[in-house]
Design a protein around this ligand. Structure first.
Ligand code: IPE
Ligand code: IPE
Ligand code: MG
Length: 226
């Protein structure tokens, strides 16, 4: 498959199906999360290579805090380790790393790592990689509305944690689920959706390319007549 001419400026991915992927192999759910990291790498690499300037991943929702403690802890540990390990790659490839979400719920150690990574990669300009952690769309709108009321603003978009970043052009969700699961509710107003049955750990470059081709074939009208 060829790379289409028309690429999204911002592609976002709901990485779903890690648990089912592991279960199908008779393994613990965390094993699926572990393998899912390789898919994040593959997609990030492709974005750098193909010139997509913004990629974001839904890594952990506010609702995911309600999972068994062991899984939550395992995920947090995995994210911290992975982040640190990727720093040299981010520097070599011009990747700016950003975490958005309800950071007050993350541990001090994790927040310190995130702050450090964001500071070190702040000037990188080839690709912006956003990780949504402890994020939910309703939480985002709620915190934006509260701040806006305090400060007397009028543009809610300017108060969302995504302020300053372009809205996603393309949202890909893996694992066959066809729902938004409290992700970027405001920002996806005109986003194109691509759903695939592939489980996240199996989602690699070829699948990503197929989704980009599907995106390129869509006719985006934004409510207008063409
Ligand atoms: C996505 O995979 C990862 C997170 C939500 C953190 P799941 O863990 O939701 O895997 P399934 O959907 O149970 O298979
Ligand atoms: C959505 O996946 C959240 C992330 C991928 C981080 P879930 O597995 O939590 O979504 P539901 O529960 O199937 O809607
Ligand atoms: Mg899931």
């Amino acid at each position: 498959m060829k790379l289409p001419d028309k690429l999204p400026t911002h592609v976002t991915l709901i990485m779903d199906g890690n648990g089912r992927w592991a279960k199908a192999r008779g393994q613990e759910r965390i094993y699926g999360h572990f393998e899912g990291v390789q898919s994040v790498r593959a997609v990030t690499e492709a974005c750098v290579e193909w010139g997509i300037p913004y990629v974001s991943f839904y890594a952990f929702s506010e609702e995911n805090w309600n999972r068994p403690q062991a899984e939550v802890m395992g995920l947090m540990e995995l994210m911290m380790k992975t982040m640190r390990a990727e720093l040299p790659t981010f520097m070599n490839n011009g990747v700016r790393f950003v975490v958005l979400g309800n950071r007050a719920r993350l541990s001090d150690a994790l927040n310190a790592t995130i702050d450090d990574m964001m500071a070190q990669t702040a000037a990188n300009a080839r690709l912006t990689l956003i990780l949504f952690m402890s994020y939910s769309g309703q939480w985002d709108i709620r915190q934006a509305a509260a701040r806006m009321a305090r400060e007397g603003g009028t543009d809610i978009g300017a108060y969302l944690v995504t302020a300053g970043f372009p809205d996603p052009d393309l949202l890909i969700r893996t694992s066959g689920e066809k729902r938004i699961s409290n992700y970027m509710l405001w920002q996806t107003a005109y986003t194109e959706f691509v759903f695939t049955d592939t489980l996240w750990p199996d989602f690699r470059k070829e699948e990503f390319l197929a989704a980009l081709n599907e995106f390129a074939s869509r006719d985006r009208r934004f409510g207008k007549v063409k």
